[in-house]
Write a protein that binds this ligand. Structure first.
Ligand SMILES: NC(=O)C1=CN([C@@H]2O[C@H](COP(=O)(O)OP(=O)(O)OC[C@H]3O[C@@H](n4cnc5c(N)ncnc54)[C@H](OP(=O)(O)O)[C@@H]3O)[C@@H](O)[C@H]2O)C=CC1
Ligand SMILES: N[C@@H](CC=O)C(=O)O
Length: 314
């Protein structure tokens, strides 16, 4: 077993709690002594015992000797997520995040801070929960010269489209997705394609170095009545980016053959298909779309950040 590896965790909602519950046990399986030494909420934090008022993050990171800063705070565009991730990198901690919004706005700044500090930013939890689509884009397909990537990365959309095809009303299908813990409390970004576009802006950044802040999005919303679908096909919310059309992500409702990787998805399943040119097509699918799935993705990233000598987003 290694020396203790202290972790400061921001966010104790469903994802943060599942991460805190599992990270020590999963670390031990790999010979690492991972310990969450402090948890931070909106206005409060807990080091040991009682919750206390929130203090300055850099001082907390220094006092605890944190090696990892794990983020599972709302993807609501607030400036605090970006500020704290930058503070953590400058303090010498790796950043592992399921939070998406600051990655869209501060990608370049985070990459520069991570490279300067020799630390990683790992974002699997933000690019499809437990499905390792981000890992393929980040490192696994290196050298394959990928010209195109497409996929269904919003579990709510796949679930809702199938329920609508079976005759359910939109409100009923969305309520079912919320009860199943897939749809957000405000499902607007799930239905409009904005969440799928966000994940593809991040995947394209990992794959081709595009800056998510300047990536343009065109997205088609799920709304009834749905377009007609040929026999043997299922309607899917498909996100797509093409290497030779830099800085552009499209999300469309597309009929996919039932036997194809995207048409065959069921419930909240997700899949990403990488066209790898001469290496052929590679599709990754599955992985739980849930708070526990996102927490496990963060744990995988924590182990990767600590065990692998990479810096920045790659
Ligand atoms: N749920 C899922 O399946 C998935 C979620 N994600 C992402 O994971 C993140 C966490 O999601 P979830 O666990 O549902 O939690 P929430 O997004 O509901 O966040 C709740 C936690 O964040 C804390 N919080 C609220 N505002 C801030 C802030 N400004 N700074 C720091 N902490 C804050 C709250 O503190 P307090 O307790 O004090 O109120 C609470 O502990 C989100 O960004 C989400 O998009 C990613 C993939 C899948
Ligand atoms: N609401 C999202 C959850 C994860 O990002 C989805 O439906 O995929």
């Amino acid at each position: 077993m290694t020396d203790p590896l202290p972790i400061v965790l921001a966010g104790c909602g469903p994802v943060g709690r599942a991460y805190a519950d599992l990270v020590t046990e999963r670390g031990r399986q790999h010979g690492l002594d991972l310990r969450v030494v402090a948890v931070r909420g909106r206005d409060r934090q807990r080091e040991s015992g009682e919750w206390e008022p929130l203090t300055d993050l850099p001082a907390l990171l220094e006092r605890t000797g944190a090696r990892v800063f794990a983020q599972a705070v709302p993807s609501d565009g607030g400036e605090r997520a970006a500020r704290e991730a930058l503070q953590a990198l400058r303090a010498g901690a790796h950043v592992v995040t399921a939070t998406k919004s600051h990655l869209l706005t501060h990608w370049s700044e985070l990459a520069a801070a991570a490279d300067a500090a020799g630390r990683s930013v790992r974002i699997s939890g933000a690019t499809g929960a437990a499905m390792p689509a981000g890992d393929l884009a980040r490192s696994v397909l290196r050298g394959f010269d990928v010209p195109e990537v497409s996929g269904c990365v919003n579990g709510t959309a796949t679930f809702v489209l199938d329920r609508l095809a079976d005759g359910a009303a939109l409100e009923e299908a969305v309520a079912d997705a919320q009860r199943a813990g897939i749809a957000e409390a405000d499902p607007g970004n799930d239905l409009s394609g904005a969440d799928a576009a966000t994940k593809f802006r991040l995947i394209s950044a990992l794959l081709w170095g595009w800056d998510p802040a300047t990536t343009r999005v065109e997205a088609e919303s799920i709304a009834t009545p749905l377009p007609a679908v040929p026999a043997g096909h299922r309607l899917r919310q498909v996100a797509r980016a093409v290497r030779d059309e830099p800085g552009s992500v499209r999300v469309v409702l597309s009929p996919e053959p039932e036997a194809s990787p995207l048409g065959a998805l069921r419930g909240p399943e997700k899949a990403v298909r990488y066209d790898c040119g001469d290496a052929g097509e590679i599709t990754v699918s599955g992985g739980r779309s849930s708070p526990r799935g996102a927490a496990l993705a963060m744990i995988k990233d924590t182990l990767g950040a600590v065990l692998e000598a990479t810096t920045g987003f790659r």
